[in-house]
Structure formats: C-alpha cells, structure tokens
Design a protein around this ligand. Structure first.
Ligand code: URA
Length: 273
C-alpha cells in the first residue's frame, strides 16, 4: 500500500472510531431531481385518474413524494400480516433514505406482534442498521431498562417512523416520514395495540401531525388517528432515550410519563385526566 493510501486509511479509521460514519453536504440533495433515484411509478390502477392535487408535503427543496406515498398505501393495505408487511417494506424503493444512509436491510420492528403497547421511535441509528432491529444501541438499552422497570418487558412492539437509517443520524424529514407512514399505520392496524408511546419529538410530531414541542407535549395524553380516520388510539408522547443519555436529569420526567401510561394500560377503567 502506498504511504498516501495508508495515511488515508488510518485517517478514515480514526474518523470511524470517533463516530464519523457518513459524509454529509451542508444542504440536502434532491436525488430524485438529480436522477440518482427513480421515483416509484404511480400505482397502475390510479394512472388514469385525474391529476392529484398538489401535495401539502411538497416543501421547498424537498422531493415530491406523493407517488411514493400512494404506492406505500397500496403495498401496506395488501399486507395481511406483520411478516407480509415486513416483506412489503423491504421491497419498497420509494423512501429516499433507503439509498442514502442505510447500509443494510430495512429495520421494521421487534417485540410482541400482539402487544398491548406500541412504542414508536424516530428512525434507526447505526447499531439498528447493522443489526436490522429497532432500538438495539445505547438508547435502546436505556429504553429496555425503563420498560422493564415499568413492568412492560414482553408486552411491547417497538418500531420507528422510518425504516432506514437517516445519514449521519439526522432527524428524518416530514417527507420521509410521510412515505413510511402508511406502513406504520398498517402495523398499528395489524398489531391492534391499546395505546402508543411516542418516543421523541420527531415521532410525536409526525404521528400526531403537530408542530408542538416535545417538552410541552410529553406526559399528556393525545389522540392518534389514522389518515382515513378509521383507527383511533390514546398516545403518550415522551422524551427520547438518546436525549435522556445526554440529559440524565430529565429521566424522572420520562419515568413519570411511563407510570402515567402503565396506569392506564393496567387499569383501563380508571378515569384519566
Ligand atoms: N433511535 C430511534 O428513534 N430509533 C431507533 O431504533 C434507535 C434509536
């Protein structure tokens, strides 16, 4: 190996060790517009229909994801089991994240397919991407400890608002979340949990379609509704365990949120505030 190659390799190894595992530009790149990613074809049956109204999800500098959302809806509604849903997500090419940060397979869920509680996080990180399961890194270990302390081990199904790792662990965009949302909704419909725990701002905002901040939302019951209004569930926003690792003093707030949740889960007949 030439001295240049050896020093480049050692510099890269140093960066990787320090957690720098993605090269990012200052501005997001629209890879669909740049022709790097082919947007999915609109579903065949809808091709002849009138042109859809402009999507409210078409924000400046963001790709138009309405065709991808339509395709995700179609695939999700055809999935009649969690296994079929996992296969549908794995075969879906409409989420740009699949071609950006993710090194491996789609990260869909772990836990009990008939769980009373569904935990919905933000999106997979590096450990999740490697292992193919949500919340298996340091934040996931803290989440598991908190769930265990609340008596919830084995009673939850854990998933995320997106199924591929955002590059550099950035927050998924509303467009990326909107593309994955039909699959998240279908997972909720298949699992039929009694309630949702929305972990972190990116999850709570996307699931509840709000711009409210997590610090004002956490610990208070909200109502989650599916896009077609057919499903409704109580949802508890709480702080993300990655935030708790950085701000351990906030753990008592998240713990209080979990106790509020378990109280309702285990004693559903008690009135809630
Ligand atoms: N953070 C999340 O929001 N989800 C994961 O799966 C891991 C870390």
């Amino acid at each position: 190996m030439s001295p240049d190659a050896a020093s480049a390799e050692s510099l890269l190894a140093f960066w990787a060790e320090a957690g720098v595992d993605a090269m990012l530009l200052d501005e997001p790149v629209d890879r669909i517009a740049a022709g790097k990613i082919a947007p999915p074809a609109p579903p065949a049956r809808k091709a002849a229909a009138a042109a859809p109204a402009p999507s409210p999800l078409r924000a400046a500098n963001q790709p138009d994801v309405s065709a991808a959302i339509a395709q995700a809806r179609e695939l999700a509604s055809a999935a009649d089991s969690l296994d079929a849903l996992v296969a549908a997500i794995a075969g879906f090419d409409g989420c740009p994240l699949k071609f950006e940060g993710a090194a491996s397979q789609a990260v869909v869920y772990r836990g009990d397919p008939a769980a009373a509680l569904m935990v919905i996080g933000e999106g997979p990180g590096a450990d999740e991407d490697r292992q193919g399961q949500p919340f298996v890194g340091r934040a996931g270990q803290l989440l598991d400890k908190m769930l265990a302390a609340a008596g919830l081990t084995g009673r939850v199904l854990i998933t995320n608002t997106v199924f591929w790792r955002p590059p550099g662990n950035r927050t998924p965009t509303p467009q990326e979340q909107a593309v994955c949302a039909p699959f998240v909704e279908r997972a909720i419909a298949l699992v039929q949990p009694k309630m949702l725990l929305l972990v972190g701002a990116a999850s709570a905002k996307s699931m509840l379609k709000t711009e409210d901040g997590i610090l004002s939302m956490r610990g208070r019951w909200r109502e989650w509704r599916s896009a077609d209004g057919a499903l409704e569930l109580p949802a508890m926003p709480t702080l993300h365990p990655a935030f708790l690792l950085r701000q351990p003093a906030a753990k008592k707030k998240a713990w209080a949120d979990l106790l509020t949740l378990t109280e309702r889960l285990d004693r559903p007949d008690r009135p809630t505030e």
